[in-house]
Design a protein around this ligand. Structure first.
Ligand SMILES: *Cc1c(COP(=O)(O)O)cnc(C)c1O
Length: 380
């Protein structure tokens, strides 16, 4: 079976885990701090603004909480997004307002966001589809101009950037995923970046019971008569990562550039093999100055029947394909099924993600491309 996603992990990660076991400290501790520092350096931001958490979903829910989103507040987001984007807002009592996307890069344009703004819009939440930055810099400028907060879901855009600025650092809050299907992984894990250091400090408290001192892995400085006494201002939860997952993350971060380069080469190989066939629309080239993680390789067909047929033919031959993200405006629980989003509907009904992970061999890419061509030709 060839999967759409697959983690690349091995002996180095196992060695890092062994070192954590030997240290006898498994919880959030020195290796978490080290990983946060390395991740911050990767982003080009101060380490104090970066938190390693147990998932990107935790980071998204926390981001919405940090902005104080609640009843009466709208958050504009693309319908072509992850389930937790909308759930985080609904859980806080807010309302997701879904916007449409550009039919090429599949991210919202400034015009798409503008069309969805309401007088109650408190925040905009965008992702970078498949690693494509899209118009995030322009959307950030729009939000700044209007005094609207911006949350960037950079879950799959861990190495994406616009003219040298990393995706996830354009807004007030950014989140990344280290889930096992993402470009690099810690098994489970997520990162939160808060631009305002005071917000980052509050995020740290909220991510660990509202306490200032996370887990006292360093010898506590004896500031009080009984150092186990505490006060809290905020009611927090427990969303922190741990030193086992952080140690895996440190190894994976060192491999990121190589993974992305391999993904780029796989995309080029698909482009060559599938280009020139009128019935298959390929992902667009990246604009000047944009960099992508090449997380998705998304192709579009002439009809839903062809798309569904291609996916079935490939599955019958042991190749799993999929489409992300099932449109959120079609999910009844979010209460927006009457939203009209023509591009989102057309794209999600006719597009397919081909396997594109860094472990794929050239022969496998060629074989998948041949099968896609054969499946389309059989339906013309
Ligand atoms: C995977 C993903 C998430 C969630 O990440 P977890 O770490 O699994 O919680 C959020 N947003 C997007 C766009 C994703 O693809």
């Amino acid at each position: 079976m060839i999967n759409v996603t697959q983690p690349s992990i091995g002996a180095e990660e196992l060695a890092a885990i062994t070192a954590v076991f030997d240290s006898k400290w498994l919880g959030s501790g020195p290796r978490t701090e080290e990983f946060e520092g390395l991740f911050a350096r990767h982003l080009g931001v101060p380490a104090e603004n970066v938190l390693f958490l147990n998932s990107a979903t935790s980071a998204l829910f926390l981001a919405v909480e940090l902005l104080g989103i609640g009843p009466g507040d709208d958050v504009v987001m693309p319908s072509n997004g992850f389930v937790a984007n909308a759930s985080a807002v609904v859980a806080a009592g807010g309302r997701p307002v879904f916007c449409d996307i550009d039919e090429h890069h599949l991210n919202p344009s400034v015009a798409d966001v503008l069309a969805a703004l309401t007088p109650r819009t408190r925040a905009v939440m965008v992702l970078h589809y498949g690693g494509y930055p899209g118009d995030v810099d322009k959307i950030a400028a729009l939000c700044a101009e209007r005094g609207i907060a911006l949350i960037e879901d950079a879950a799959v855009s861990i190495a994406s950037s616009v003219r040298g600025q990393m995706c996830g650092t354009f807004g007030d809050l950014g989140i990344w995923s280290l889930d096992s299907r993402k470009v690099i992984t810690t098994g489970d894990g997520g990162v939160l970046y808060a631009r305002d250091p005071a917000v980052a400090q509050r995020a740290r408290r909220l991510s660990y019971h509202g306490l200032d001192d996370r887990s006292s892995f360093t010898t506590a400085t004896k500031s009080q008569h009984v150092w186990w006494s505490f006060q809290i201002e905020d009611i927090g939860r427990r969303l922190v990562g741990n030193d086992i997952t952080a140690a895996i993350g440190t190894v994976q971060l060192g491999k990121l550039a190589g993974f992305v380069e391999r993904r780029r080469a796989i995309g080029q190989r698909y482009d060559k093999a599938l280009g020139g066939f009128s019935g298959i629309r390929l992902p667009p080239p990246l604009p000047e100055g944009h960099r992508s993680t090449h997380y998705f390789y998304c192709v579009r067909f002439d009809s839903q029947a062809i798309r569904d047929g291609v996916s079935e033919d490939l599955l019958a031959n042991g190749i799993y394909t999929s489409y992300r993200y099932y449109p959120l405006h079609r999910v009844r629980r979010y209460g927006a099924t009457d939203t009209v989003l023509p591009v989102t509907d057309a794209v999600s009904d006719t597009s397919l993600l081909l396997p594109a992970h860094q472990s794929l061999l050239d022969d496998e890419v060629d074989m998948i491309a041949q099968q896609v061509l054969a499946a389309v030709e059989a339906r013309l």
